[in-house]
Design a protein around this ligand. Structure first.
Ligand code: HEC
Length: 140
């Protein structure tokens, strides 16, 4: 009797660990399969937000992205944004190289009104790069 009790007591931590592990694993597995369990047809009212987006959306052109996300500041010069068509302002920026400007488009410019992706959080890096190209090419 005492030996059996001792055995159970000795095994308890191992049992607790096993339960703990499987809980963690369960959570991980649930998180992993979640994206696939949320399937829905386009236009379905139960689809919302990113889940409703087709997996491979056609990339928008630089001009489209500019008009949708960048124009608000870069057409008006709001908060000191270099304006579209301002050759001097963009020439000065271009001295840093196009890669630096791409990085500013994607990451924003810390401490300024230039927020990451110009606020277009569903824009891909490529779409932001295209918008930067459009702005630079329209300002030479
Ligand atoms: C909320 C206003 C705002 C929006 C929206 C905005 N910008 Fe800007 N942007 C700024 C400001 C302000 C600056 C100047 C930052 C500075 O002082 O260097 C700037 C600067 C830039 C620069 C130059 C950065 C550098 O390193 O010299 C690029 C490139 C740029 N924006 C790209 C974009 C693109 C692409 C979009 C749209 C996807 C966008 N911006 C949307 C405000 C904005």
């Amino acid at each position: 009797m005492t030996r059996a009790l001792a055995l159970v007591l000795a095994l308890l931590p191992a049992l607790a660990l096993a339960v703990d592990l499987s809980k963690t694993q369960r959570a991980e597995i649930e998180a992993r399969i979640k994206p696939y369990s949320q399937s829905c047809a386009a236009g379905d009212a139960s689809c919302s937000g990113a889940a409703a987006q087709p997996e491979v959306a056609a990339a928008r052109s630089g001009e489209d992205v500019y008009n949708a996300a960048c124009m608000a500041c870069h057409t008006t010069g709001a908060a000191g944004a270099p304006m579209l068509g301002d050759v001097d302002a963009w020439a000065a920026r271009m001295e840093k190289g196009i890669e630096a400007l791409y990085a500013s488009g994607v990451n924003g410019v810390a401490g300024t009104g230039m927020i990451a992706r110009g606020g277009c959080m569903d824009c891909s890096d490529e779409e932001i790069h295209a918008a930067v190209d459009y702005m630079v090419n329209s300002s030479q």
